[in-house]
Design a binder for this molecule. Structure first.
Ligand code: HEM
Length: 282
């Protein structure tokens, strides 16, 4: 911590050498040999002066330990938190235990077309809401996320039209979708960091687990018909990388507290999305 800047001078016998604990690397000139000594509080720099063998340990560089993924940009931090909230059945990096039916492996699901339609209708309401918010941009930074190519509202409209043509009745949006849409509208105005967390999780979850779900449900219920919901006009990895770059840019000026606040919202995102996913099994 920069505020607790302290300097301790230790006078050691000339014969005493401090061995670096890190991998050996070429030493700088003997009059200014810097070694890194690690401690639970963070890195301490020790400067060894050979004649008087004085070791100055400075805490000036001791920062709060870096968050997992922090060095790679904020998206990596969001991804790390999200992956831990999966169950092992959902993803290899998952750590949560299975409590809800949708947290079991997708291969063990027993979906119904009626349930899947409810899921598609509620998902459309959520994407309509997100895409409208980004267009209106109550916070100017949201404008970065216009026309990213990840938008799902129009493709879902096409899919619902297809189901209608097959003779299915399209249900009205239900409680999980209505609740999530209302929550997003409120957050988008009063809490941009939390809103960005939902934006990230909704679009990126769909590109990963969402596609697995689409494939499995299509196999079981739709004679392998690939819905528009799971098709993108451009190369998906390229679109995702472009949005990752924009998210990193938007989060760059955020304070550590604002970043942590965004990360803390991940759990809520899983809860609300999980309730919509569960509709597939209803
Ligand atoms: C049945 C439910 C789910 C399954 C089967 C599932 C599965 C997966 C898998 C396999 C990955 C890819 C892991 C990798 O990169 O190796 C993933 C990534 C991810 N999932 Fe899920 N997931 C589910 C639900 C959710 C939910 C509810 C959310 C949050 C709302 C979510 C958010 C994410 C995010 C943010 C990523 C990272 C994507 C990326 O880095 O590109 N997932 N998921």
């Amino acid at each position: 911590m920069a505020s607790s800047l302290s300097t301790i001078a230790l006078f050691l016998p000339q014969s005493l050498y401090i061995k670096p604990r890190l991998a050996p690397r070429p030493l700088p000139p003997p009059q200014f040999r810097s070694l890194f000594l690690t401690s639970p509080a963070g890195a301490r720099t020790a400067t060894v002066m050979p004649r008087r063998a004085a070791v100055i340990v400075s805490a000036a560089t001791a920062e709060t330990p870096k968050k997992k993924g922090e060095s790679k940009g904020f998206v990596e931090e969001m991804r790390f938190v999200a992956m831990r909230l999966h169950t092992r059945d959902q993803a290899r990096e998952g750590e949560k235990e299975v409590k809800q039916p949708e947290e079991k492996a997708v291969t063990k699901w027993d979906p119904s077309v009626e349930g899947y339609l409810k899921f598609l209708v509620d998902s459309k309401l959520v994407y309509d809401t997100l895409e409208k918010i980004v267009q209106e941009a109550p916070h100017p930074s949201y404008a970065e996320f216009r026309n990213t190519g990840l938008e799902r509202s129009a493709s879902l409209a096409e899919d619902l039209e297809w189901f209608k043509e097959q003779g299915y009745t399209i249900p009205e949006p239900s409680s999980p979708g209505l609740t999530y849409a209302q929550y997003l509208k409120e957050l988008s105005v009063k809490d941009p960091q939390a809103f960005i967390c939902h934006f990230y999780n909704i679009y990126f979850a769909h590109s990963a687990g969402g596609r697995m779900i689409g494939k499995k449900v299509a196999e079981k219920l739709l004679n392998n018909k690939a819905l528009e919901f799971y098709k993108w006009d451009d190369d998906l990895p390229r679109l995702l990388q472009n949005v990752r770059d924009k998210l990193n840019k938007v989060a760059e000026p955020w304070s550590r507290e604002e970043k942590d606040h965004c990360l803390e919202e991940t759990e809520k995102s899983f809860k609300l999305s999980g309730e919509i996913l569960r509709l597939i099994l209803s």
